[in-house]
Design a binder for this molecule. Structure first.
Ligand code: AP5
Length: 228
């Protein structure tokens, strides 16, 4: 299964990708997370990307395409992958098509998670994640069961992203509408686009996505077994 989640910042791409990964035994390839790791590592790419991300603009297509091309050939992508945050421009979409066709492959489904702009700012500015395991939370919509303690790993350290402030979020939304939304008709014309209501509750969005995907079947576990 090669799946692309498309939607504006805060639509719930990361939230839904985490739920789909286990079900399909495929990894989430999130270019935003990859870039934040480069920034944290202080690499050349990270130094280039840092200021661009804090403005809410897009990092250069060539840098992003190279990053993804190296990633999809890794062993954990043998059953497919969930793209989250890539492609984000027509040039990136064309590069992805080329990348997949040279591997005799193609995207199976593109899911658009549709959310009105006016609720996205509140979603993003309330978001925080566990520093140890990366689990995502929200001040209002998804609080830890015990305040200040991660539900999954028990850690007490949480982070908020540098670009999750109102000014940068508004800039990211404008960039989405200008550069990424034009990909929707591109994928619709190929008959692989499904739109779900991203304003529904998180569980309901997951159900809508699963209804649009084939059931997992004969997944290669990597150790000789076939999972259902
Ligand atoms: P990136 O990290 O990809 O950020 P984004 O696209 O802006 O998306 P987010 O991660 O902010 O949102 P999401 O849709 O995953 O929402 P989430 O599930 O967390 O990119 C960051 C930057 O990196 C870019 O601005 C750019 O500079 C650069 N970059 C990345 N990729 C690039 C590329 N390909 N090319 C060039 N540059 C690139 O949900 C948000 C919150 O809402 C959470 O708190 C969640 O709990 C809550 N929530 C989710 N769903 C629901 C729901 N249904 N109801 C209520 N609350 C919900």
């Amino acid at each position: 299964m090669k799946l692309l989640l498309l939607g504006p910042p805060g639509a719930g791409k990361g939230t839904q990708a985490h739920r789909l990964m286990a079900r399909y035994a495929i990894p989430q390839l999130a270019t935003g997370d990859m870039l934040r790791k480069e920034v944290a590592d202080g690499s050349d790419l990270g130094r280039t990307a840092c200021e661009i991300m804090e403005r809410g603009d897009l990092v250069g297509d060539d840098l992003i395409v190279d990053m993804i091309a190296g990633r999809i050939d890794q062993q954990d992508c043998r059953n497919g992958f969930i793209l989250d945050g890539f492609p984000r421009s027509p040039a990136q979409a064309e590069a992805l098509d080329t990348m997949l066709s040279t591997r005799s492959s193609a995207l199976d489904r593109v899911i658009e998670i549709g959310v009105d702009d006016d609720i996205l700012v509140g979603r993003i500015t309330g978001r925080f994640t566990c520093r140890a395991c990366g689990a995502g939370y929200h001040d209002v919509f998804r609080k830890p069961a015990e305040s200040g303690v991660c539900d999954f790993c028990g850690s007490r350290g949480f982070d908020r992203r540098a670009d999750d402030n109102e000014e940068t979020v508004r800039s990211r939304l404008a960039v989405y509408h200008r550069q990424t939304a034009p990909l929707l008709p591109y994928y619709a014309s190929r008959g692989i686009l499904v739109t779900v209501d991203g304003m529904a509750a998180i569980d309901v969005v997951t159900e809508q996505i699963l209804a649009a995907l084939p059931a997992p079947s004969r997944i290669d576990s990597g150790d000789g077994r076939l999972l259902q």
